[in-house]
Design a protein. Sequence first.
Length: 285
Amino acid sequence: MAEHVRLAAGTVLAAALLLASCPPADRSPAEPAGRAMSGRQTAAHRVEQLRVKVFEALPHDSEAFTEGLEMASNTLYESTGLSGASSVRAGPPDKPPTARAALPAPLFGEGITMLGRTLWQLTWRNRIAIERDATTLAELRRVPYPDDGWGMCFQQSAHRLVTSDGSARLTFRDPGTLTKTGEVTVTEEGRPMTELNELECVGAAVYANVLSTDRIVRIDPATGAVTASIDASGLLRDDELVPGATLNGIAAVPGTDQFLITGKFWPRLFRVAFVPAGRANRSGG
């Protein structure tokens, strides 16, 4: 994927002026600008610094170019990329997949999300999304998707899909048609944050991998503000970091406050919790 040039940091005053002149895209015309601005300023001072606490390390396919990860009941779903090597697979998180479907070239698999008995799978620049049977992974239909496909998750509380395209934008979509219904610009301390990749919706929050980093951010999709920055560095040994191996893949474990995380070409999958940086412990209880 193309790299994006990061915007230079500005002062808090400059960021405030920028936000005042560019109101959030998802704010209704009737909403007072001052109220929305006040919410952004408050969020800018509340970015929690978190780290991962590892409970368990599980095997992962080291040849998988992981683009999407999601857990439903006891089944882990994973989408992989690269033209001619893309797939979607499903099975217990600690065992080889029990179901698998390949994407023919030139399709490049990207983010996935579950919708009851079906699963959506994005493609990168192929301009289509694929709906699949969640049990067999058989293709049910293809729908046009005019944007670059990166991450995708289903926000049940708002009954909408949330998608990313590598920019600082999260786009909201109808879960049945993928039609755009809104969008929001993601900001950290008032500055747009680009390179948002794989997504996971948990309650009212959206978690996003940041491309080519060991960082995950938690986002308030109502304002676009980053509310937590999670350091996931140091999970692999140096000898496990092959070219292209980068963190990408986050799946909430249902009924818990834990997550499964992995990366492209990673040989391991980790069951973790996100805890305050000062109290993080890399392993154990």
